[in-house]
Write a protein that binds this ligand. Structure first.
Ligand code: UT7
Length: 334
């Protein structure tokens, strides 16, 4: 049995910065409200006319990750792509990475687990490596939210939160079982699916039905019961981090770096306080990028590494919670 280790990290965000003041030009919101409730100062949105999509941004991040791993695209055995905003209803984005990077005909899998998507994808890749089936796996998280948001006051509770971007890593075989991904922990609770959802278009409500309906009846924009999601998030984040620590005989004092899903700065601060972590042990970049869903953990991990906040031997904890509900953690010995 092998272990798996992250050997290359990359990220890509569109250049186009959208500030809170920019949003208040087309909806009734304010910089003060957004910063106070979420911590977000700005986010990146793909500008009109750009060719970027989830798969295109994912490919850009992946190229950097592969190069930093010291590998080439031909060394990659498998692709796992996490997104809730795929370029197409089907096929998924993973197969487009195979094409965009001109890779051999390796397998490609899409993971549909929203904010927990990257941690789920990492867990899937980890299992393929642990069993010896694959040696190098490209794991990508990417989201193109901005084209699918309600940019009127009606959508302000959701729209101000989300941003576009992508992150990627190369997960590789590690012979030393004390290093790399020590464990992953995955959970779901489908009874709350309707608390954070894009209900249509779907097979239940297909396009002609949406066109004919009053917009209020069937919305094709994301819906979130923010307060309900918030309350569950703080509980599940804590649980799934504790689960990972306990599994590895670690305590909160062993955490060198916590990378929480960037859902809301207030959630991250709550978790930080609960685990008694100092500021240098929690990485947040929601202020700059907003919530990039499946891309958020891997963009944050990449930036923490780029800023040399993670060093060899560190215990790095990834944790996420979101639509589904789904939640997940990964305990890594860097
Ligand atoms: O990533 C997946 C997981 N997602 C999360 O974990 C998100 C969890 N939830 C949250 O982060 C927060 O619930 C939000 C940031 C979404 C909302 O914050 P809140 O403190 O829960 O506010 P609220 O939804 O209770 O709304 C409070 C008020 C309402 O007005 P009334 O009814 O009190 O008059 C809203 O209409 O704020 C109003 N409001 C806004 N005002 C200005 C909602 N959105 C906005 C806005 N600008 N953008």
């Amino acid at each position: 049995m092998y272990n798996s280790k992250i050997i290359g990290l990359g990220k890509y965000v569109p250049d186009n910065v959208v500030t809170n003041d920019d949003l208040s030009k087309f909806m009734d919101t304010s910089d003060e409200w957004i910063q106070e409730r979420t911590g977000i100062q700005e986010r990146r949105w793909i500008p009109e006319g750009s060719e970027d999509t989830s798969s295109v941004m994912g490919a850009k991040a992946a190229k950097i990750a592969i190069e930093r791993a010291g590998l080439t695209k031909d060394d990659i055995d498998f692709i796992v792509f996490a997104t809730l905003s795929p370029d197409y209803y089907f096929p998924g984005c993973g197969v487009q990475i195979q094409d965009l990077l001109d890779m051999p005909t390796v397998g490609a899998l899409d993971v549909r687990n929203q904010c927990s998507g990257f941690v789920y994808a990492l867990s899937v890749a980890d299992q393929f490596i642990k069993t010896g089936m694959y040696k190098n796996i490209l794991v990508i998280g990417a989201e193109y939210h901005s084209n699918g948001l309600d940019k009127t006051t009606r959508g302000r509770g959701v729209t101000v939160i989300f941003g576009d971007g992508a992150g990627a890593c190369v997960l590789s075989r590690e012979e030393d079982s004390s290093k790399g991904i020590l464990s992953t922990h995955l959970h779901s609770e489908g009874k709350y699916a309707d608390k954070l959802i894009v209900a249509s278009p779907s097979i239940k409500h297909w396009v002609p039905e949406i066109i004919e309906s009053e917009e209020e009846d069937i919305s094709y924009y994301p819906y979130m019961d923010g307060t309900f999601v918030f309350k569950h998030a703080v509980v599940r984040f804590s649980e799934v981090i504790m689960e990972g620590l306990t599994k590895n005989n670690l305590t909160k004092d062993d955490i060198d770096m916590l990378i929480p899903h960037q859902a809301n700065l207030r959630i991250a601060q709550f978790i930080q306080k609960k685990f008694g972590l100092s500021d240098d042990k929690v990485f947040n970049n929601i202020t700059k990028y907003g919530n990039t869903t499946a891309a958020s953990v891997i963009i944050a991990l990449t930036e923490a590494w780029e800023q040399e906040k993670i060093k060899e031997g560190d215990h790095v904890v990834l944790a996420a919670f979101g639509s589904g509900f789904t939640w997940a953690s990964a305990i890594i010995k860097w």
